[in-house]
Design a protein around this ligand. Sequence first.
Ligand SMILES: [Zn+2]
Length: 121
Amino acid sequence: MKISTPELRRRYKFYWAEVVRVDAMRRQLEMEYATKAAEYIINYGVRPPRPQLPPFPVFPADLQGLICGGKSRRTGKPCQSREIFPNGRCKWHGGLCTGPKTAKGKAKSAQNLPALKIIGG
Ligand SMILES: [Zn+2]
């Protein structure tokens, strides 16, 4: 059992960001293969060789058994939850959502606002 420190949480977050990145790369390669394979089969009647997919990163051994460690407001002790998100905290200690970050996200959230009502128009 290991309480997550800011440094461990940073590495934990980095690991999951890496997994997401590799997964996106693998999906991209699979999609490209699927479209190419369809064409290839029509032209040559055989399936082209599968692409070499990049491997997923190995989970760091020292991050095994990481616990949330957020301060309990009832007991004052560190939280013992093992079900932690990529930010290194559990569902109760992850902090509030701070809203959209990218310009695309901000534009999308702005679309969900109610339309302006023009008074007396
Ligand atoms: Zn917690």
